[in-house]
Ligand binder design. Structure first.
Ligand code: SAM
Length: 291
């Protein structure tokens, strides 16, 4: 049997060899189960022609499987202590490049241009550090990367929020933000036992297919996202009350009533009952009426 990195014994041996101690502040929970890694790769749709951007390779558990199944892997790692370890654990793979950088500060578009060909299908694949899951995913989608998909291991509750339907507890501004740029799907729940150390929360594989264009037309993206944020500000409040308090310094309540009436949306509804099309209609009417 091949001695993959992603096993409890090999992982422990690597950690011991380098006297590596996990940094909770960097969300370091390494994967120790090859089956889970293969599931991530399957859901990501990786093949031998694919280019992969990985975030946070750790000691290389997922990176190794990606290097086996894809054409090339470029990974961003923030923790300097992992650099010599990765050099050792992945020395047998010549299709892997490491960039020592905080992903939130990286120019990923530039990196993709530099390392992959125009014809190549690029995918982002990662077991994300949970403390910055949302900022990372928001950055990746807002940067409009030339990638086909983003497949990530994240906290189950957050994955459910990103892929939620209207009128559910998980549905919120994060759902709309992600669904504006991608088609989101919770691919598979994952138990805590496949991580070292085990996290306190359950996990899931989230698959985001990048949309070629947003599913709705919006006049002004920032304004649209502001309306969404305002509508969910207090979940128990009605739409009109949320909009009134959010915009109280800018618009009179008559303006809010007029906009709701013109967009044909009952202000007594709650934000969580509106689908993305209704949010777009509301925001576009608001924008036109107040500009
Ligand atoms: N991919 C490895 C695995 O599955 O075993 C490790 C995953 S671990 C959950 C998250 C990794 O992301 C760690 O290696 C951590 O050091 C790295 N990391 C944390 N914050 C980061 C950031 N801002 N930019 C790049 N890497 C980061």
């Amino acid at each position: 049997m091949t001695n993959y990195i992603a096993t409890p014994t090999r992982t422990k041996a690597i950690l011991n060899k380098y006297g590596f101690s996990f940094k909770k502040s960097l969300g370091q929970n390494f994967l120790i189960d090859v089956n889970v890694l293969r599931n991530i790769i399957k859901h990501a749709g990786i093949d031998k022609q694919a280019g992969v951007i990985e975030i946070g390779p750790g000691i290389g558990a997922l990176t190794e499987q990606l290097a086996i199944h894809a054409d090339k892997v470029v990974a961003f790692e923030i923790d300097q202590r992992l650099l010599p370890i990765l050099k050792d654990t992945l020395h047998g793979y010549n299709n892997f490049e490491l960039i020592h950088q905080d992903i939130l500060k990286a120019d990923v578009v530039q990196v993709i241009r530099k390392h992959f060909t125009k014809e190549q299908n690029i995918h982002v694949v990662a077991n994300l550090p949970y403390y910055i899951t949302t900022p990372i995913l928001m950055k990746l989608v807002r940067d409009k990367l030339p990638v086909s998909s983003i497949t990530v291991m994240i906290q189950k509750e957050v994955a459910e929020r990103m892929a939620a339907q209207p009128n559910t507890k998980s549905y919120g501004s994060l759902t709309i933000a992600l669904q504006y740029y991608t088609e989101a799907e919770v691919a598979m729940p994952v138990p805590k036992s496949v991580f070292m150390p085990q996290p306190n929360v359950d996990s899931a594989i989230l698959k985001l297919e990048m949309r070629e264009r947003p599913p709705v037309h919006v006049e002004d993206e920032d304004f649209f996202f502001n309306i969404v944020k305002a509508s969910f500000a207090q979940r128990r409040k009605t739409l009109q009350n949320n909009l009134k308090s959010y915009f109280k310094d800018r618009y009179d309540k008559d303006v809010i009533h007029n906009v709701l009436e013109k967009s044909g949306i009952d202000g007594k509804r709650r934000g969580e009952s509106l689908d993305i099309g209704e949010f777009a209609r509301l925001a576009n009417t608001f924008f036109k009426e107040t500009k």
